[in-house]
Design a binder for this molecule. Structure first.
Ligand code: TYC
Length: 110
């Protein structure tokens, strides 16, 4: 079969080289969970609003995640590549600090 999806640097596409199967060089990036932690002070509405704003959840899903954190102590906001996960954590923690809430977020490898 012709090498249609050609990632092979040894194949110049002229059809004169060795017919070897190309191996995709791309690797799937590792994924990281953004976890949100419960506390006794952050208002439920603020948590719901944060989940809507930074994790693009609708009201129903944001409420479900907030209640899970409230009852179990921790919940998953989303799963992202490392840089995106770290950015979300920073955004949520900055937002919470601005409003003087102790809301905490962390990143954990999947
Ligand atoms: N436990 C908080 C309260 O009763 C609500 C809350 C939910 C806080 C989730 C943080 O990540 C959190 N007001």
């Amino acid at each position: 079969m012709a090498d249609q999806n050609n990632n092979n640097p040894d194949d110049d596409g002229t059809g004169t080289g060795l017919a070897v199967k190309s191996k995709p060089k791309t690797k799937k990036p590792s994924l990281y969970k953004v976890l949100m932690l419960n506390d006794d002070y952050t208002p439920m509405d603020f948590v719901i609003h944060s989940l809507e704003r930074f994790f693009k959840k609708n009201r129903e899903e944001a409420t479900r995640v907030m209640l899970q954190i409230h009852h179990r102590g921790v919940g998953i906001c989303g799963v992202f590549t490392y840089e995106v996960a770290e950015t979300k954590v920073t955004q949520v923690m900055d937002f919470a600090r601005q409003h003087q809430h102790p809301l905490q977020c962390t990143v954990e490898k999947e």
